[in-house]
Write a protein that binds this ligand. Structure first.
Ligand SMILES: NC(=O)c1ccc[n+]([C@@H]2O[C@H](COP(=O)([O-])OP(=O)(O)OC[C@H]3O[C@@H](n4cnc5c(N)ncnc54)[C@H](OP(=O)(O)O)[C@@H]3O)[C@@H](O)[C@H]2O)c1
Length: 292
């Protein structure tokens, strides 16, 4: 099965590399061409457009930022649809919304292209190690066909149901991710002001009932003042916005998620959207008069 991969950012570069390592014939495309260099060095062909990727693949995976970006690579100038051929499958692995997933599926069907929404969780480290959790919406038979490709990138593959279901599960996941970060950041800001030893706080949080991936992976980064992105703050803002929209449509109040969204709104407004989600601690330091 020939695989085409569009979007070699933090996640996509690692995911595509795992597909290559598992021996699938691969072709890659990235808007900023320099990011394709590690692939070119390994002899992986580099396409000049999403259209060329589609022409030379059986399955096209995109891992770009948000829904308008997916729309651009699929339907824009030299987009995937212009390289359509019978049997082509598109898998959108970026995080957006169930509505967009249904919209992409419908428009792609007009070109005879099958579509799955398959967002991921597990962070940049999970992408590098090939241990992502992948949530898939779309036709089950299409899912079964591409499962070996998904297994090259992830350890836990969940068939979620109809198209859009993958994105729904992912948005639920992001509620927990966002509120976890908020909790850890609040504890760390208060600890700092109260002159509590941060190593001791880490020992307590990471061994007891408060333990989480956020504590394990992001707290040590914050302790070192490392705010570089594994997962960009602007991307979490995007996800929380879609989660609040989904909740509003269903009449479910999510005050915690809405609060977290506003804090990430503030972070992005301060110009920190390209920093990691853990940069929320910087906002709390500022609010409480703590010098970095
Ligand atoms: N990082 C994580 O921990 C994580 C975990 C799970 C899910 N996600 C989701 O995965 C997706 C990608 O995240 P990331 O961390 O890999 O982001 P990233 O490092 O910012 O990479 C984004 C990629 O999308 C490409 N892109 C964006 N807009 C485009 C457009 N209009 N046309 C063509 N290419 C475009 C970028 O190309 P250029 O290089 O040209 O800018 C880049 O390759 C997002 O939806 C994010 O929410 C991230």
């Amino acid at each position: 099965m020939r695989v085409g991969f569009i979007g070699l950012g933090i996640m996509g570069s690692a995911m595509a590399m795992n597909i290559h390592k598992k021996g699938f014939p691969l072709i890659v495309y990235n808007r900023t061409r320099s990011k394709t260099e590690p692939f070119a060095k390994l002899g992986v062909p580099v396409a000049n457009s999403p259209r060329e990727v589609a022409e030379k693949s059986d399955v096209v995976i995109d891992m770009v930022t948000d829904a308008p970006d997916v729309e651009e690579v699929l339907f824009g100038r030299d987009g995937v649809v212009y390289g359509a051929h019978p049997g082509l499958i598109v898998i959108d692995m970026s995080t957006n919304s169930p509505e967009y997933a249904r919209y992409f599926a419908k428009r792609l069907a007009e070109y005879g292209i099958e579509f799955l929404d398959a967002p991921v969780t597990g962070s940049d480290i999970g992408a590098r190690q090939g241990t992502l959790t992948i949530m898939v919406g779309g036709k089950r038979e299409v899912f079964e066909r591409v499962k070996p490709v998904l297994e090259a990138m992830g350890k836990t593959i969940v068939y979620a149901g109809d198209v859009g279901s993958g994105q729904m599960l992912k948005l639920l996941n992001q509620i927990v991710v966002g509120l976890n970060m908020l909790a850890v950041v609040e504890a760390m800001a208060l600890a700092k002001k109260a002159s509590i030893d941060m190593d001791k706080l880490f020992t307590v949080l990471s061994t007891g009932g408060a333990n989480s991936f956020t504590v394990q992976y992001y707290m040590p980064k914050m302790m070192k003042g490392d705010y570089e992105p594994g997962f960009k703050a602007a991307h979490l803002k995007k996800d929380l916005k879609y989660a609040v929209e989904m909740a509003n449509k269903l009449g479910v109040p999510l005050p915690g998620t809405a609060l977290t969204l506003e804090l990430y709104n503030a972070l992005v407004a301060k110009g920190l959207g390209d920093k990691g989600t853990q940069a929320l601690l910087r906002l709390y330091h500022e609010l409480s008069g703590i010098k970095e």
